[in-house]
Design a protein around this ligand. Structure first.
Ligand code: PHE
Length: 447
């Protein structure tokens, strides 16, 4: 049944997992969340969430995935036969499908901007023109959809080739490229006149800005950015080898992912301040404010092309991982071929992203709890489903799975790793569940 595949190399394991984590969440979502929620204050809470919740929950997912060597639903069935724990797997599939529904639309916008950057169509515009064009573009019906379908097709090409030849090979090429582009941008941004004001906005925490709402958003952002709580890392770690050191891998992934988020802030805020623009622009920060910033630099077409290439690469390695959750499930559960499973998922997501793209334009009066379908997908999956998934996963590992299984997986049977194991296990069992619950209760005004 299914495929018993593995990633081929150590580098591949890190590149694919970091590839899933580093995405629009780091470069598009993190800077605007930080900008709207107090800059440095948000960053500080965010880093705490990564350390206390992110790394332990990631280890928990790795234990489940590598031990069961299965998809996210079957993994729980194997570990606790006859129980209902596998519903967590279904929550994960639901969350990944909902996220794909709007993530692909934004990925499509990224392609549009990449195209316009290459054809030098972003040059010489005023701020007002950028805003008007962005609004007209995302509210139009056909053009955003066209780019979304093209992005879907690129996903299809990668995913239908399989785990090693598709996902791993792509990540090995694209992730180093992503880091090189990031570093080039960092140097560019920090050498702009007046960049220090932006840096201090981003790096100096103002504690008065930390409210329960800010904390709940920082937690949601940490889960989103690390691709946690929805079975992606269960699926990916089922492709890890017996030698992979899980704690080391989780720490490396968390450090690299957080570095990219911080680097994005270091790139974006100094540039925004240096041009006298507003850091609180929300989701428009990357699509309206930044092209404006590039316009004020020499060789602007080069900078905007590089930036939107960076965003496209980051988005692609993440969407591939989002798809893989359901594809692995279909292959295992329904015994489908990879090609067929991939085609079915493409179709499902094509429909969902069409609806979510149109919900910004002609169908914008369809509302769920007062939000457009697009915003509802984002809020419900990122802020609610992922932390709930993470909560259930940590309860499962901490309280229901035999402790020895976790010990074996996290230490690789090496006694030297025992103290580290105890510390992580303590976080999984007590700290993560309690803190996630407390953050929810205070975020919703219950305590
Ligand atoms: N972690 C990815 C990002 O930051 C997005 C993502 C979320 C991918 C959830 C998979 C699962 O963009």
């Amino acid at each position: 049944m299914g495929e018993h595949v593995k990633f081929a190399t150590k580098l591949g394991i890190i590149a694919t997992t970091v590839g899933s984590a580093v995405g629009l969440g780091n470069i598009w979502r993190f800077p605007y969340e930080a900008g709207m929620n107090g800059g440095g204050a948000f960053l500080m809470v965010y880093i705490l969430c990564v350390l206390v919740l992110g790394i332990p929950v990631m280890c928990a997912e790795f234990i489940i995935g590598r031990h069961s060597k299965s998809d996210t639903v079957d993994a729980f069935r194997k570990l606790r036969p006859g129980s209902r724990w596998h519903y967590i797997g279904y929550i994960g599939i639901l969350a990944s499908v909902l996220i794909l529904g709007y993530y692909l639309v934004i990925s499509g916008w990224t392609l549009e901007y990449l195209f316009r950057a290459i054809t030098n169509d972003l040059a010489g515009k005023t701020a007002a023109e950028f805003r008007a064009e962005q609004n007209a573009f995302i509210q139009s019906d056909l053009r955003p959809l066209l780019w979304t379908y093209i992005f879907l097709f690129i996903n299809y090409i990668v995913l239908s080739r399989g785990v090693q030849k598709g996902i791993e090979k792509m990540s090995n090429i694209l992730m180093p490229l992503l880091f090189v582009i990031l570093l080039v941008f960092c140097v560019r941004s920090l050498t702009l006149p007046g960049s220090s004001e932006g840096l201090s906005f981003f790096l100096h925490p103002d504690f008065s800005k930390i409210t329960p709402q800010v904390i709940i958003r920082a937690m949601g952002q940490a889960f989103f950015s690390l691709s946690l709580g929805m079975g992606i890392l269960i699926t990916y770690s089922s492709y890890f080898t017996a030698k992979t050191h899980l704690i080391k891998t989780a720490t490396t992934v968390a450090i690299l992912d957080t570095s990219v988020a911080i680097l994005s802030g270091i790139i974006i805020f100094p540039a925004v301040f240096s041009c006298g623009l507003d850091p609180v622009a929300g989701p428009d920060l990357v699509f309206v404010t930044l092209p404006n910033v590039f316009n004020q630099m020499p060789v602007s077409a080069l900078w905007s092309t590089l930036f939107f290439l960076l965003l496209t690469v980051a988005a692609l390695t993440s969407t591939v991982s989002l798809f893989e959750v359901s594809i692995a499930f279909l292959i295992n559960y329904l015994n489908m071929s990879r090609k067929k499973a991939t085609r079915i998922m493409m179709l499902v997501i094509a429909v969902l992203s069409t609806v979510s793209s149109l919900s910004i334009g002609s169908w914008s009066d369809i509302r769920i709890f007062g939000k457009t379908l697009f915003d509802a997908c984002d809020y419900f999956s990122a802020i609610i489903l992922l932390p709930v998934g993470g909560l259930l996963i940590s309860i499962f590992i901490g309280w229901f799975l035999k402790k020895n299984i976790s010990r074996e997986e996290l230490t690789n049977r090496n006694k030297l790793h025992e103290p580290l194991f105890s510390a992580i296990f303590f976080c999984i069992k007590y700290i993560a569940p309690i803190i996630i619950i407390l953050i929810f209760l205070s975020g919703f005004g219950i305590i």
